[in-house]
Design a protein around this ligand. Structure first.
Ligand code: MG
Length: 158
């Protein structure tokens, strides 16, 4: 059996925060606001995995008002999600993600981010792909006030 899942997330970009994508810190003047560390890519991937496996969603399993997840490492959350997905018998076929932000450029960090996600998902990096896009200056993302991510995964259960 195979199942597809979709994930989406958006975080405000503010000064004084780290810019994290898939556990990789990218040097930039602003970073993601959030209750956790704000890693927007990790959150979108969690929701794609949880959607495909039907196990819930990130807001339900890791409530933003729960002090346990204050400043939490989102890659730890992703690890936790993947343990649940594995325990339900699923393996990753592939994961694909689109990161939309005006700055910084994501491309130079693509491979290190792919490796970081693949390591947590116990998959080879060729099963994980991501693209960086801009919003052409339009909307809150285009004005540099936010970063958003769309993610799609396919899981299989032998
Ligand atoms: Mg989030």
């Amino acid at each position: 059996m195979t199942r597809a899942g979709i994930g989406y997330d958006l975080h405000r970009l503010i000064k004084g925060r780290r810019f994290l994508l898939g556990g990789v810190e990218i040097p930039f003047s602003k970073g993601e606001d959030g209750h956790s560390d704000g890693d927007v890519l990790a959150h979108a991937v969690c929701d794609a995995l949880l959607g495909a496996s039907g196990l819930g969603d990130i807001g339900e399993l890791f409530p933003p008002d729960d002090p346990a997840w204050k400043d939490a490492d989102s890659m730890t959350i992703l690890r936790n999600v993947f343990v649940r997905v594995k325990q339900a018998g699923w393996q990753l076929v592939n994961l694909d993600c689109v990161i939309v932000c005006e700055k910084p450029k994501v491309l130079p960090y693509r491979d290190v981010i792919r490796n970081s996600l693949a390591e947590v998902l116990e998959a080879s990096p060729d099963k994980v792909f991501l693209k960086g896009k801009t919003a052409e200056g339009l909307g809150s993302v285009g004005k540099g006030k936010a970063v958003e991510v769309m993610s799609v995964c396919l899981l299989e259960r032998p």
